[in-house]
Design a protein around this ligand. Structure first.
Ligand SMILES: Cc1ncc(COP(=O)(O)O)c(C=O)c1O
Length: 379
């Protein structure tokens, strides 16, 4: 029936499939090799880097290729903390709603002396700049806040948050993994010192991420080596970098038309579901990604509903994909002040470039049937 789980990973753009098939059919040398074939691979890697830098509005040397968004986040947080010039500054400010890849990295740093301040969001899932400003004391070394939340789609005012840190001389990391496929992420508007992206969240391959680390940003490599300017060791994935650059370029080309199209479909989903079912609440109303809808179904267990929908051929998500199988309620929704039961009753619907009106209509039908069935079983 329909795949409405784009926030867990997009299908590849057809142009990216072609690029991968073509590029993997040709022999490719190590881009660090001195011979001509090595240098040709190097030129291709640098061309991909240049393309990503142009799209993001930063210098070519600021773009580091990684293996994932998680690695980009870990390198940003741990690399900056390890390289800080003033060891007495141990504070890191972030949010209770961050992606687990950020929260796990922060927990590791805490075991190595970092002092964490995890801000609680508003009930709608937002962090105003004033709240951040108050948390920025003298001992803060770094701040990390995501552009778009992966579960609710809530968009933080990251431009303002970055400028708040800039004014205080504190480094700002932005996890833009969920935003970059749908919104024009540019460092001119978001003056972040560090910014993370992930290939498979924008129609590129899984296994490629990008960390933008602005010039002068102290960063200790997690994997030491001479590649990526000494900031990330390991032989570079030239084809992955090219595929990433192409996917980001395609997203950028299509965003202007695609974002309102998806917002229209998302709104159709929400209005129709709420018209046909009582007790449905939208989590995170306010500025949000055009493709994401987080809906709570009163009295229903989200995990059971997910399975019922899966059996009808509809794929959605309950909390973050990475946490599936875990019986815990979503840490994002509980951070927004929801009870465990309310958080357990929610599902995430995330739409994408292959989603059509017919998909949404079929989803509404399947959902209405499954929720009514679940509620009948309970009563
Ligand atoms: C906001 C956010 N950050 C980081 C990641 C991790 O990206 P990757 O799957 O490339 O490690 C995800 C993936 O779900 C995400 O949604």
């Amino acid at each position: 029936l329909s795949f409405l789980d784009y926030n867990a990973g997009w299908p590849l753009w057809p142009e990216v499939v072609e690029l991968l098939a073509r590029a993997h059919a040709e022999p490719l040398a190590n881009p660090a090799s001195l011979h001509q074939r090595g240098q040709a691979a190097r030129a291709r890697l640098e061309a991909a880097r240049e393309k990503v830098a142009d799209l993001l509005g930063c210098a070519r040397g600021d773009v580091l290729f990684t293996s994932s968004g998680s690695e980009a986040n870990a390198l940003a947080l741990k690399g900056t903390f390890l390289a800080r010039s003033n060891p007495s500054k141990r504070g890191i400010v972030s949010s209770r709603m961050e992606h687990p890849s950020v929260l796990f990295a922060l927990e590791q740093l805490k075991r190595h002396g970092a002092e964490l301040t995890l801000l609680a969001p508003s009930p709608e899932g937002y962090h105003p700049a004033g709240q951040l400003n108050e948390a920025l004391t003298e001992d803060i070394a770094l701040c990390s806040l995501a552009f778009a939340n992966n579960e609710t789609g809530a968009l933080q005012p990251v431009g303002e948050l970055a400028r708040t840190c800039n004014r205080r001389g504190i480094g700002f990391h932005c996890d833009a993994v969920q935003a970059a496929g749908l919104l024009p992420v540019r460092l001119g508007e978001i003056p972040a010192d560090l910014l993370s992206l992930s290939g498979h969240k924008l129609g590129g391959p899984v296994g490629v991420g990008v960390l933008v680390a602005r010039r002068g940003q102290p960063l200790e490599a997690l994997v030491p080596g001479h590649q990526e300017g000494g900031r990330r060791g390991g032989t570079a994935d030239v084809v992955g970098a090219e595929a990433f650059a192409l996917a980001l370029a395609i997203c950028r080309q299509r965003q202007e038309k695609e974002a309102p199209r998806l917002a229209g479909l998302r709104d159709l989903l929400e209005t129709e579901v709420q018209r046909r079912l009582p007790g449905v609440q939208v989590n995170g109303v306010g500025p949000r990604l055009p493709n994401t809808s987080n809906l709570a179904f009163e009295g229903v267990d989200g995990q059971a509903l997910l399975i019922a929908l899966d059996l009808k051929g509809l794929q959605v998500s309950h909390g973050a994909a990475c946490a599936s199988g875990s019986p815990k309620p979503s840490h994002v929704l509980t951070a927004m002040g929801q009870s465990d039961d309310a958080a357990r009753s929610a599902l995430r619907f995330s739409l994408g470039f292959l989603t059509t009106t017919a998909d949404v209509e079929a989803t509404v039908q399947a959902l209405v049937e499954a929720v009514l069935q679940a509620r009948r079983t309970l009563s």
